[in-house]
Ligand binder design. Structure first.
Ligand code: GLU
Ligand code: MG
Length: 650
C-alpha cells in the first residue's frame, strides 16, 4: 500500500515541521519527471493485477477461526526467494497493513503488443492470469500450517472481537498508535515501521481517533434502536444510533481488494484510460461487492469503500468544516482515501463539476515549468495533503533523480484511480491504476474481473468509446454502489451514448450487431453536441453490462463483439467467454455477488438468530466453507455458475 523507504519514520510533531519541505521537493521532483518523461513512448501495453490475501487459523476443536499474525514470517521467506531468483519469479509478495495480510502480484507484468490493439496480439495473456493467481496461492499454502488457510476475503467478519487473532493481545486504548478499543498495535504489519506510523500520525494529525459508523443491517430480531456503549467518552460520543461503530485504521486498511494497473503507450493514452475508467469505478465495485460483515455484525453496506475512507481520514476539525480555519489552509471535502475529483483530459474538463481544492502556488510552479493545467491541477490537488510518514534519512534528496517526496504524497492519496508517472531510470511507462474492486473468493472470479476491466480498456481505446459523465454523478454512484445488493436494487448514472462521433466504423458496426439502434447511439448525440447534464441516464447494472434493448448496447455484448472480430486462440477465447459470462450473470442477478452469498450463508446458518450477530461458530463455518470453495472442493452454483472450467495455463 505504498512507498517503503529505509529508515526510521518521524513522529507527527517532527513530520509536520518537514511537511512543506517534502511537498515543495515533491513538486520539484514531479516537474523533473514530467520534463524528462512526458514524451516517453512504450510499444507494449502492459498490465498486472494485485490480490490482497488474509491468513486464517482454524481451531477445529472449539470451532473458532482466528486471523493468523504471521505475514512477516512469510514475507521473510519470500524476500529471500526473490533475492535468489530475482526477475525470474512468477509471483511477487509484498506486505499490507495488517500482520495477517499479504499481497501477491505476477512477477512480471502481462504484455500486449500495442501495434496490434484490434488484432489480438498477445491477448493470449488473458489465459495466464488465473493460472498465475493459482500459483500464488500454492506458493503460500506450502508454507502454512495444516490448520491455516490463505483466504481471499474482503473483510474479516470478526475483526476486532474478543480473541480474534492468533496470537491475541488486548487492545490498549490509552497508549496504542490508533487508541482503538478493539485492535491492538500487534495486528499492524511488523514488516516495516511505516504501517504503524501511518496509523499513529493520522490519529495525531486529526487530533482524535478515527470515527467509522456503518449502518447496521436491521434483521427481524436486531435490537431496535441499535446502540452500543463502550465505557469511553470519545467512543460513546462518536458512535451513532443504528450504526456499527469502528475506531481504528485496521477496520479499513485491514480490508482486501483487487487492483489492476495498466501501462499506457504514452502520457495522453494514460489520461484517456484514467478518465474513461473513472465512471466504471462504482459499477465494478458494486459488481464485486464482498464485505457485508464487520466486527461480528451484518451491516447494511456491501462494500468496504466508506469504511476505509473513514479509517484513514486525517482531516482536522478545521479541514472538515467543524471549526473555523485557523491553523489549516483548506476546507477539504474528501478523505485521502476517496473517489477522484477531476478528469485529466482537456476535452473532459466540462465534466469536472465538483469543487477541486488545490495548492495555487504549486499549480503555478508546474504551469511555469510547462505542465498543462489539467495535470497541474490534479497534482496540486493531491498536494493539499501533509505527508504522514517522513524518514529523517530521506529528507535531503536530489530532485533531479529521486522521487521519494513526490511518491510520499502520491502514494498516500488512495483514490479510486491513480495516475502514475514512470519511475525515473526505469523501463516502466505512464500508468493508471484501477482500485475500487473488492476481492473475490476464487482465482476464476478474480481473473474474470481483471480480464473484464483489461478488455474494456482495449475496447475503449480501439473503438474510442466515451463513458464520461459529470464527476458529481460518479460520486453519487459511489455512494449508491456500496448499498446492500446495489446490483439488484440500485440505479446508476451512466452515459447514454458511449459510441462517440470519433469512433471508427467498427464501433458502429459493433453496436448494430449488439442489436442497439445505431441512430440512437452513433449519430444523434455525442459529447460535442449534448449538454453534459443530459448526456447520462439512470440505468441498472444489468442494463449497463448486458444492454437495454434498442437504447444501450451493454458493455459485455460490446466486448464479445470486439473479441469475435479479432484473432484469438481457441483456449483463450473459451476462457474469456466464461469470464464474461460470470460478469454478465452477476450483473443480471442470475448469480449472486459475494456479499449476497455471504449474507445468505449467515442467514441460513442454524446458529443465526436474525439479530445481525455473526458469532464465532457462524464465522468458523463460513470461513471453512470459503476455504473449501477456494480449494476447489466446493462449487456454489449460485455464485459462479455451472462448474466453470477455464483453459487457463501458465
Ligand atoms: N487494502 C486497500 C483496499 O482494500 C488498498 C491498499 C492499497 O492501496 O494497496 O482498497
Ligand atoms: Mg495493496
Amino acid at each position: 500500500m505504498g512507498l517503503l523507504s529505509l529508515g526510521k519514520p518521524l513522529s507527527w510533531d517532527e513530520t509536520k515541521q518537514h511537511a512543506e519541505h517534502v511537498r515543495q521537493h515533491g513538486i520539484n521532483q514531479f516537474i523533473n519527471l514530467f520534463k524528462n518523461l512526458k514524451d516517453r513512448n512504450d510499444k507494449t501495453l502492459k498490465w498486472g493485477d494485485e490480490i490482497e490475501y488474509m491468513i486464517v487459523k482454524f481451531d477445529h476443536k472449539n470451532k473458532k477461526a482466528r486471523l493468523s499474525l504471521k505475514a512477516k514470517q512469510l514475507l521473510d521467506v519470500m524476500d529471500s526467494r526473490e533475492q535468489l531468483e530475482g526477475s525470474n519469479r512468477a509471483v511477487l509478495w509484498r506486505p499490507e497493513w495488517g500482520e495477517w495480510m499479504i499481497e501477491g502480484t505476477p512477477g512480471k507484468p502481462y504484455g500486449i503488443d500495442e501495434s496490434n490493439y484490434s488484432g489480438g496480439g498477445s491477448l493470449a495473456h488473458f489465459n495466464v492470469v488465473e493460472a498465475n493467481m493459482k500459483s500464488r496461492r500454492q506458493e503460500i499454502n506450502a508454507l502454512l500450517d495444516e490448520d491455516e488457510a490463505l483466504l481471499c476475503i474482503t473483510s474479516y467478519p470478526r475483526l476486532g472481537t474478543d480473541d480474534f487473532s492468533h496470537p491475541f493481545t488486548k487492545p490498549d486504548p490509552k497508549n496504542s498508535a490508533t487508541r482503538s478499543q478493539f485492535l491492538s498495535d500487534d495486528v499492524i504489519s511488523s514488516y516495516h515501521p511505516r504501517f504503524k506510523t501511518i496509523a499513529e500520525n493520522i490519529r495525531e494529525r486529526r487530533g482524535r481517533k478515527v470515527i467509522i459508523n456503518v449502518p447496521i443491517f436491521k434483521d427481524s430480531k436486531t435490537v431496535d434502536p441499535f446502540n452500543e456503549t463502550f465505557d469511553d467518552e470519545e467512543s460513546d460520543s462518536a458512535s451513532k444510533t443504528d450504526h456499527l461503530y469502528l475506531d481504528g485504521m485496521g477496520f479499513g486498511m485491514g480490508c482486501a481488494c483487487l487492483q489492476v494497473t495498466f501501462q499506457a503507450s504514452n502520457i495522453n493514452e494514460a489520461r484517456v484510460l484514467y478518465d474513461q475508467l473513472t465512471p466504471m469505478c462504482p459499477i465494478a465495485m458494486a459488481l464485486s461487492a464482498a464485505s457485508p460483515i464487520h466486527r461480528g455484525y451484518l451491516v447494511d453496506r456491501d462494500c468496504r469503500w466508506g469504511i476505509i475512507s473513514a479509517s484513514v481520514d486525517d482531516r482536522t476539525k478545521e479541514e472538515l468544516g467543524e471549526e473555523p480555519l485557523n491553523h489549516n489552509m483548506f476546507r477539504i471535502t474528501k478523505s485521502r482515501y476517496d473517489s477522484i475529483d477531476s478528469y485529466l483530459c482537456e476535452a473532459n474538463d466540462k465534466y469536472n463539476d465538483i469543487l477541486l481544492t488545490y495548492q495555487k502556488c504549486y499549480y503555478q510552479q508546474m504551469i511555469d515549468a510547462g505542465v498543462d493545467p489539467m495535470l497541474a491541477k490534479h497534482i496540486a490537488h493531491l498536494f493539499i495533503r501533509d505527508p504522514i510518514v517522513v524518514y529523517k534519512e530521506k529528507l535531503d534528496q536530489n530532485d533531479e533523480i529521486e522521487t521519494d517526496h513526490f511518491e510520499n504524497i502520491q502514494s498516500t492519496n488512495w483514490q479510486t484511480m491513480r495516475f502514475k508517472p514512470p519511475p525515473p531510470q526505469s523501463g516502466i511507462g505512464w500508468r493508471v491504476e484501477f482500485r475500487p474492486m473488492e476481492i473475490q473468493m476464487t482465482e476464476f472470479e478474480n481473473a474474470a474481473y481483471v480480464v473484464f476491466i483489461v478488455l474494456l480498456t482495449r475496447v475503449i481505446l480501439s473503438f474510442k468509446l466515451n463513458l464520461l459523465i459529470p464527476i458529481s454523478k460518479v460520486d453519487e454512484n459511489m455512494i449508491e454502489a456500496q448499498k446492500r445488493d446495489a446490483v439488484k436494487r440500485s440505479k446508476f448514472w451512466f452515459r447514454k451514448d458511449i459510441i462517440s462521433l470519433r469512433s471508427p466504423p467498427e464501433a458502429a458496426k459493433c453496436v448494430e450487431a449488439t442489436g442497439c439502434c445505431s441512430d440512437n447511439c452513433c449519430e444523434k448525440s455525442d459529447s460535442e453536441t449534448t449538454p453534459f447534464d443530459e448526456s447520462c441516464v439512470l440505468m441498472s447494472i444489468n442494463e449497463i453490462i448486458n444492454g437495454k434493448g434498442q437504447q444501450f448496447p451493454g458493455l459485455v455484448p460490446l466486448l464479445k463483439h470486439y473479441l469475435s472480430s479479432i484473432e484469438l486462440d481457441v483456449d483463450t477465447q473459451c476462457t474469456i467467454q466464461q469470464y464474461l459470462n460470470l460478469i454478465a450473470n452477476r450483473a443480471s442477478g442470475k448469480l449472486k455477488t459475494t456479499a449476497q452469498w455471504i449474507r445468505d450463508y449467515v442467514s441460513q446458518h442454524p446458529d443465526y438468530k436474525h439479530d445481525s450477530i455473526v458469532n464465532d461458530t457462524i464465522n468458523y463455518d463460513l470461513l471453512m466453507t470459503c476455504n473449501r470453495i477456494q480449494k476447489g472442493e466446493l462449487n456454489p452454483r449460485e455464485l459462479v455458475g455451472d462448474n466453470p472450467r477455464t483453459k487457463t495455463n501458465l
